[in-house]
Design a protein around this ligand. Structure first.
Ligand SMILES: Cc1cc2nc3c(=O)[nH]c(=O)nc-3n(C[C@H](O)[C@H](O)[C@H](O)COP(=O)(O)OP(=O)(O)OC[C@H]3O[C@@H](n4cnc5c(N)ncnc54)[C@H](O)[C@@H]3O)c2cc1C
Length: 397
């Protein structure tokens, strides 16, 4: 009997979850699951600011995590998808190869676009990948040693986590956070006040509502002024690889694959998209932010959906709701910001060491889930609310 070939692209949170859970759901069936990833190990992206602060987040071998479960691992960079003939081109250490698939799960994640402002690529660093975080780790001790200034551009959660982590790890460093928006706009009033308190304790300067225009070799230029820096960290919004767009799949303005409510590409039902590279928001009526918190449940769902499909069973549509956002503020404090099902902040927070411990537990849980994909929690809406929302979605369609 012929085997069904399933290829998972990307070995981050969503891709690993999908591959491992699919292998479990389809054990004993005629399937061959292959996971392709550029790096040989799993990167805990949610801890990259910790890596840059000289901590050592666990990074386990993908081959060791996959092979015992019958999943083939291929270390390669995917360079092309050809949906018409259901094949991929990958670049391995040994050269270019073609890989055929029956079903493809696209989980290539995101990165930071360093072309949005002149001088960014040349003069700034980012925390988007392990390589760029390691660059920052190698440079910060030198700047801290001579009382240098680190300017973090971007007041989102990555910018906030990075500023507090570095100010705590390197007391000699002068840390400034520049942001275009109002500081802490995504938090509740209490959450914002608490974060400001921690910034004050750590001596971090906040300059908000500044539109950055360019970065030169020694200054950050913004509307109405400029600021000198020794190191500049760009913590701007994520973008996604151009591969999906280049392959002719329907994507949104950012390049995320637009999916139906089963996480299937609306262009090609043999291709699923999950994690940061997917946009399911229109299909289910819930805004989906790029996060580990959303990537893992998508990995779970796609594994259940595809397994049911191969067994000839109908699977339910994807559902998601938010509960909280966890933000580390260095190692000694954290903020757990409660949110409503659509991710809007509520006036209820956890702070201090309790917040830090909660955040650490969540980070450990994400890696644990990837290794134990059978024991997962799917954040579904309560049945009463689900009925109302589903009615609304049907109305939109
Ligand atoms: C510093 C930092 C802190 C964060 N903190 C949080 C947090 O507290 N909570 C939260 O929910 N989210 C957080 N995030 C966001 C979270 O890390 C991402 O949303 C999440 O990793 C997305 O998962 P994913 O599976 O879509 O992609 P990823 O985890 O990024 O995995 C994608 C994989 O695809 C591989 N890949 C990419 N292109 C190719 C290619 N062409 N060929 C082969 N392989 C390729 C990559 O190497 C990677 O292994 C944080 C991110 C950063 C950078």
């Amino acid at each position: 009997m012929e085997q069904t070939r399933i290829v998972v692209l990307g070995g981050g949170y969503s891709g690993m979850m999908a591959a491992r859970r699919l292998a479990h759901n389809l054990r004993g069936q005629q399937v061959q699951i292959t996971l392709v990833n550029a790096a040989p190990h799993f990167v805990q992206r949610v801890r990259l600011h910790q890596l840059a602060a000289e901590q050592k987040p666990e990074a386990f071998s993908l081959r060791d995590a996959l092979q015992p479960h019958g999943i083939r691992f291929m270390q390669a960079k995917v360079t092309r998808i050809d949906p018409q003939v259901q094949a991929l081109t990958v670049q391995t250490a040994a050269g270019s190869q073609t890989l055929a698939y029956d079903y493809l799960i696209y989980a290539l994640g995101s990165y930071v676009d360093m072309s949005v402002i002149p001088g960014l690529r040349e003069h700034a660093l980012s925390l988007a990948t392990e390589a760029t975080a390691a660059q920052l780790r190698d440079q910060l001790p030198t700047f801290a040693g001579r009382g240098g200034r680190l300017v973090i551009c971007g007041g989102g959660l990555t910018g906030i986590e990075a500023a507090t982590e570095f100010a705590e790890a390197y007391p000699g460093l002068k840390v400034t956070l520049l942001t275009r928006d109002t500081f802490g706009a995504q938090l509740s009033r209490k959450g914002r006040d608490y974060t400001r308190q921690v910034f004050k304790r750590l001596g971090i300067e906040i300059r908000d509502q500044l539109a950055i225009q360019a970065i030169t070799a020694d200054a950050i230029e913004y509307e109405g002024g400029s600021m000198a820096y020794d190191a500049c960290l760009w913590a701007g919004a994520f973008t996604v690889p151009p591969l999906a767009r280049e392959s002719g799949l329907k994507v949104n303005t950012l390049g995320q694959i637009i999916t139906d409510d089963r996480l299937r590409s609306v262009t090609d039902s043999h291709i699923y998209a999950i994690g940061d590279s997917a946009d399911i928001s229109a299909a289910i009526g819930t805004p989906i932010r790029m996060a580990c918190a959303t990537a893992l449940p998508m990995g779970v769902h796609v594994a259940n959906e595809l397994a049911d499909r191969l067994k000839g069973r109908e699977h339910r549509p994807y559902e998601f709701m938010y509960y909280f956002r966890c933000i580390s503020l260095g190692r000694k404090a954290g903020l757990v910001q409660m949110v409503d099902p659509n991710d809007a902040p509520k006036e209820s927070i956890l702070t201090g060491r309790v917040g830090a411990a909660f955040k650490e537990m969540i980070c450990k849980y994400t890696t644990w889930q990837v290794r134990h994909p059978r024991w997962t929690f799917l954040p579904r809406r309560p049945a009463s609310e689900r009925t109302a929302r589903e009615t609304a979605v049907v109305g939109v369609r």
